[in-house]
Design a protein around this ligand. Sequence first.
Ligand code: PLP
Length: 335
Amino acid sequence: MTGAAELARRLARFPRLGLATLPTPLEPMPRLSAHLGGPRLWVKREDLCGRGLGGNKMRKLDLVLHEAVRQGADTLVSGGVVQSNSQRQVAAAAAQLGLACHLAVYHGRVVPAGPAYATSGNALLNRLFGAVLHDVPWTGDRNGAIAALVDRLRQDGRRPFLVPYGVSSPLGAVGYASAGLEIAEQCAAQCFAPAAIVFCSGSGATQAGLAVAAAACLPGTAVVGIDIDAEPERVRADVARYACGAAGLLGLEFDPATLEVVAGHAGPAYGVPHAATLEALHLAARQEALVLDPVYSAKGLAGLIALLQAGRWGAGEDVVFVHTGGAPSVFAHLQ
Ligand SMILES: *Cc1c(COP(=O)(O)O)cnc(C)c1O
């Protein structure tokens, strides 16, 4: 085991812009713990991670956009669905850094619950932050559309930087490993080691960063990613790729066979909430005044609750739920 101090030294070698407000709080959830009658539950407030209403992409952007600025970029380009939290955080970071921002917005992946889907939530914030939106159909050559957008910007004399999908890359995962280190330090300060860290997993670098950090400084802690894409094999493969890449950049060992991606809580498809998702969303709101979203964080909590009800953790244990953000999209998804 590398240990927290050594992991901190290695992470400090990576330059960052300071976009993320760190550390984010680790808070107890006494009412939800009592309501569920299981282990002591904690929440890592990644929804408070920075400007633009926060979320888990800020730690990744802190490193990835440092590289963009170093390369002399003046324009950020990013692809994502209409209510993408990732794009909204890219748009916020661009505003904060004084860069232009062009978003390829994928239409047609999610069937909207109502008219607010296209205009409210993250879609509204993207416009507020001054991003230029380009409509791209979900079905079709999305990567080709983004490449053409980057080419067009270059021909116009801009210096575009293409942010990877979900800000997920080996460098993005290094950025997210800082969250794992913070959890280790914050739990140690409260004199416990968590039995597990549970969160939802999509494009993969969040889980990759947490898994690499836990392997280095929380050896007894399970890192449990809940698949929200209804594509657990794809998620697992991406997490493994980013985790091995991040471990390489940090000079650490990592065994991808230890990765845990839990299937069965994504509902029928990405962006479609099932009953357990909505129940988890309401529980978090009523028991702890935490605002989750039906696409990501509420599916993560629904997965945690299912594992807890299956008896995975005892009442004497501590489990950390990572609130990865996404609350702005409730205004677009719920009526
Ligand atoms: C992007 C996102 C995730 C998933 O993180 P990945 O690094 O893409 O796996 C989880 N929750 C929210 C709210 C997100 O926006």
